[in-house]
Design a protein around this ligand. Structure first.
Ligand code: ADP
Length: 156
């Protein structure tokens, strides 16, 4: 069976931190699905179609990386695509506390599923999508925080 992992998140937008985790996880899995979780109650900043297109662009040269979106529970999506691993990045102890709860609940809901955590490379600890959105909203240069080649639309 293929070792398939789902990397779930909002990716609003994808950052160099996400890119780093995905590329470092590549040797661990046969396939990684970068999956944007769509929550109708959560207002996103960038449209889903743009967020998907940017991730596809970043990983265009990697056939083992797929890009998708889903709604509902992440564990149900994992079952649907036959993935036995969830990939997550850990930046801080706050991330750990949050991830511990989600990971333990997911394990209860889907016993055969394992969550695999990679520690952030130190220079990416401060990089997150909400900082990128703030800088973008205020007309700053987000180029240092997002993957090469991604051009965000002018201020929304
Ligand atoms: P969420 O919407 O759940 O906050 P994100 O889209 O922000 O998720 O991130 C998805 C995953 O990427 C999470 O596991 C998060 O910890 C990880 N991640 C985000 N930014 C970084 C970073 N700078 N370094 C490492 N991992 C990161």
């Amino acid at each position: 069976m293929k070792r398939r992992a789902v990397f779930p998140g909002s990716f609003d937008p994808i950052t160099r931190g996400h890119e780093n985790i995905i590329l470092r996880a590549l040797p661990l899995f046969d396939e990684i699905i970068v999956a944007i979780g769509v929550n109708i109650e959560k207002k996103n900043y960038f449209p889903l179609s743009d967020r998907l297109a940017w991730i596809k662009q970043v990983f265009a040269g990697y056939p083992q990386i797929k890009v998708d979106s889903y709604s509902g529970l992440t564990v149900d999506y994992c079952r649907q695509v036959d993935a036995r691993y969830i990939l997550r990045g850990l930046r801080t102890s706050a991330d750990f506390e949050f991830e511990r709860t989600v990971g333990q609940v997911n394990k209860k809901l889907f016993t055969d599923l394992e969550t695999v955590f990679l520690l952030t490379t130190p220079e990416f600890t401060a990089v997150n999508s909400s900082i990128v959105r703030d800088v973008h909203k205020n007309g700053g240069d987000v180029g240092l925080f997002i993957p090469d080649g991604i051009i965000l639309p002018a201020r929304l």
